[in-house]
Design a protein around this ligand. Structure first.
Ligand code: FSX
Length: 362
């Protein structure tokens, strides 16, 4: 694209110093969990790339994902818009509305056909596509139309990635994920309800500088979704010792013990909450005393209740006479170590560990 300004030209025009740019690249490397040795490669890739056109589509959702990304701290979405992307359509954030907004989308598609990035938040209703429309266009038609010329799609939020709240039983609108509609484009899933802001901007930065990141079996970038929250949780030593809060105001809760018995889904939830945290690294739900809801996993709304412990015996569990092993509550250290061994083995084989595996190994 010889006639398009490269980022290095844009930086010159905007008076961005080399030093400020390298600092920006270093912050991208750190948020993408890459080694500092990658900084020059990121800088070179960004400098020699044109600003990528981004078309952001919001469908059936609560706007939490957009609310979250506007609070990203490093890199901020403003940084990205200034330095690396041209956000050509985002009907929540843009000033234009109605036909003027749709014209902006069509113009960006025409100008950057085959090269633009589509970001989607929200699920798509297919029971009756008329359930959710923008400027009279159904979400289904807008997604198909816009995806046709995209280089790749980023599904942000659990709604776009796996159907989310719209897909929860009884799913009245027939809500589905982007990947159930679009089959011929690379799709990166960035789940979370909402996702961690810097995880969203970090994934965008990775795409812009180094391409599509390595994904897990659920289409999530491994850099941010490679570990269960349980594996990195600061309350984990209490789990291993069998020390649990049994109520939100008991002694265990006051002592900061493990929230597993209050329904914490950390053992089966892959996300960066325990390491990246929220609000500029200030805290995350478990640190605030609330169990993890498991919001980065498919169908977390229908996973048996937010406050029901993972290992509370189901029918099968009771029949097998294993009630006492409730996830390390009775088994203590040995249970914790066995669960850890199970997960390590599964991680090696790239398998997913679920609550039942943990129960079996406790
Ligand atoms: Fe869904 Fe996002 Fe939860 Fe809300 O756009 S993932 S309901 S935070 O807003 O899609």
């Amino acid at each position: 694209m010889p006639n398009k300004p490269m980022l290095k030209d844009l930086m010159k025009t905007h008076g961005v110093s080399r030093r400020a740019f390298m600092k920006y690249c270093a912050s991208l490397a750190s948020v993408m969990a890459l080694s500092p040795a990658m900084v020059p490669r990121i800088a070179e890739a960004l400098e020699n790339a044109p600003r990528t056109s981004v078309i952001w589509l919001s469908f059936q959702e609560c706007t939490g994902c957009t609310e979250a990304i506007t609070r990203s701290h490093a890199p901020t979405i403003e940084d990205m818009i200034f330095n690396a992307i041209s956000l050509d359509y985002h009907h929540t954030l843009q000033a234009a509305s109605g036909h003027a907004a749709e014209e902006a989308r069509e113009h960006a598609m025409k100008e950057h056909w085959g090269e633009y990035l589509v970001v989607v938040d929200g699920s798509i209703p297919i029971k009756d596509p008329g359930y959710s429309t923008i400027a009279g266009i159904s979400n289904l038609d807008m997604l198909k139309d816009t995806a046709a010329g995209a280089a790749a799609i980023v599904s942000v939020g659990t709604c776009a990635a796996y159907g989310g709240v719209g897909h929860a039983d009884p799913n009245p609108t027939g809500a589905v994920a982007v990947s159930e509609i679009i089959k011929d484009k690379p799709i990166i899933n960035v789940p979370g309800c909402p996702p961690i802001p810097v995880v969203m901007t970090g994934v965008l930065a990775h795409f812009l500088s180094l391409g599509i990141p390595e994904l897990d079996e659920l289409g999530r970038p491994k850099a941010f979704f490679g570990n269960a929250i349980h594996d990195r949780c600061y309350r984990r030593p209490f789990y291993d010792k069998g020390l649990f809060a049994n109520g939100f105001d008991d002694e265990g809760a006051k002592e900061g013990w493990c929230l597993y018995k209050l329904g914490c889904k950390g053992p089966t939830t892959k996300a960066a909450c325990a390491t990246v945290k929220w609000n500029n690294g200030v805290s995350f739900p478990i640190e605030a005393g609330h169990p993890c809801l498991g919001c980065t996993e498919p169908d977390f709304w229908d996973n048996g209740g937010f406050y029901k412990p993972l290992s509370v015996p189901s029918g099968d569990y009771r029949r097998l006479g294993l009630a006492a092993v409730a996830g390390g509550a009775a088994a203590g250290v040995a249970g914790g170590l066995l669960a850890k061994a199970t997960k390590a083995k599964a991680a090696k084989a790239h398998e997913t560990v679920d609550a039942h595996d943990l129960e079996k190994s406790s």
